[in-house]
Design a protein around this ligand. Structure first.
Ligand SMILES: NC(=O)c1ccc[n+]([C@@H]2O[C@H](COP(=O)([O-])OP(=O)(O)OC[C@H]3O[C@@H](n4cnc5c(N)ncnc54)[C@H](O)[C@@H]3O)[C@@H](O)[C@H]2O)c1
Length: 273
């Protein structure tokens, strides 16, 4: 029987894969035999950093491009370029993402919208751009990097949770809409992984301790008389105080990625983004 995990001969496009989770997915794909890795990032500096990372990892069959995944025209143009310079796109990983930790009532509409655009609208844009070729070939894989926040809610991440919850349902819908074309779509809901996205805002150790001590479904603790509520500025980048562990809420279509990236520390396994 052939190795069903082999990616031999496959071209994989991973959005936002200069570093972090996307870069590590790329490395795993190469180890599984992928023929070409295609990645894009938002600007030249990120692209250069990515190309250097791939070089350092000894990955040669890589094609990097600058492209903002929220720009529909640019994405369509990039798909054409990939076809011309690399070939067909067998696998798409919608990985590019952002998070803004701001209490919802303080979040500007533009800030909320930006998270929705990158984390939910962009996977629609990029998937829509590659689906026609996959439908024609009657073969294709789309992987959406969702989150534990696809299932849960938490302080300060309203836009992110809304987007990642939507991405989970977009994943399910792609399955039902394009399954007949032999196109599979899966969502991955990683737990906390230390990457540039998470490193800025929380200390992994503090996060893990906070999570162990609280459960989001539990009622908020009554504050002692005279205690002061943290002001909003503090909460913008605060460590999360409420988060349950991922559990049976994850449906069978989910894989929980727990393998740390090279930037991770031993204490970073519990939080959620
Ligand atoms: N790190 C975690 O703990 C965690 C947990 C759950 C889910 N995720 C998700 O995993 C994915 C990768 O996260 P990460 O932690 O590696 O983040 P990261 O910040 O390290 O990488 C995200 C990449 O996306 C790129 N990007 C952002 N906006 C873009 C745009 N408009 N166009 C093109 N590229 C853009 C960034 O430049 C960066 O290279 C994201 O979707 C994130 O929400 C991360």
């Amino acid at each position: 029987m052939s190795n069903i995990f082999s990616l031999e001969g496959k071209n994989a496009w991973i959005t936002g894969a200069s570093y972090g989770i996307g870069f590590n997915i790329a490395k795993a794909f190469v180890a599984a035999g992928a023929k070409n890795i295609i990645f894009n990032d938002i600007n030249e500096a990120a692209l250069e950093r990515g190309l250097a990372n791939y070089k350092e990892a000894g990955i040669e069959n890589v094609h990097g491009y600058v492209c903002d995944v929220t720009d529909e025209v640019a994405v369509k143009a990039l798909v054409e370029k990939i076809h011309a310079e690399v070939g067909q796109i067998d696998i798409l990983v919608n990985n590019a993402g952002i998070i803004k930790r701001i209490p919802m009532h303080e979040m500007k509409r533009e800030e909320f919208q930006q998270v929705i655009d990158v984390d939910l609208v962009a996977p629609y844009i990029v998937s829509s751009a590659v689906l026609p070729e996959m439908m024609e070939r009657r073969e294709g894989k789309i992987i959406n990097i969702c989150s534990m926040m696809s299932e849960l809610g938490r302080e300060t991440v309203s836009a992110y949770a809304a987007a990642k919850g939507g991405l989970k349902m977009l994943t399910r819908n792609i399955c039902s809409e394009y399954g007949e074309y032999n196109i599979q779509c899966n969502g991955i809901g990683p737990g906390y992984i230390a990457t540039p996205q998470t490193a800025r805002s929380v200390s992994a150790r503090a996060t893990a301790a906070a999570i162990r001590s609280t459960v989001s479904s539990a009622p908020r603790h009554q504050r002692d008389a005279g205690s002061t509520r943290p002001n909003s500025a503090d909460r913008r980048c605060s460590s999360p105080r409420t988060l349950p562990m991922p559990s049976t809420a994850m449906s069978s279509m989910w894989t929980v990625v727990s393998s740390p990236t090279s930037e991770s520390s031993p204490n970073n396994d519990l939080s959620g983004c």
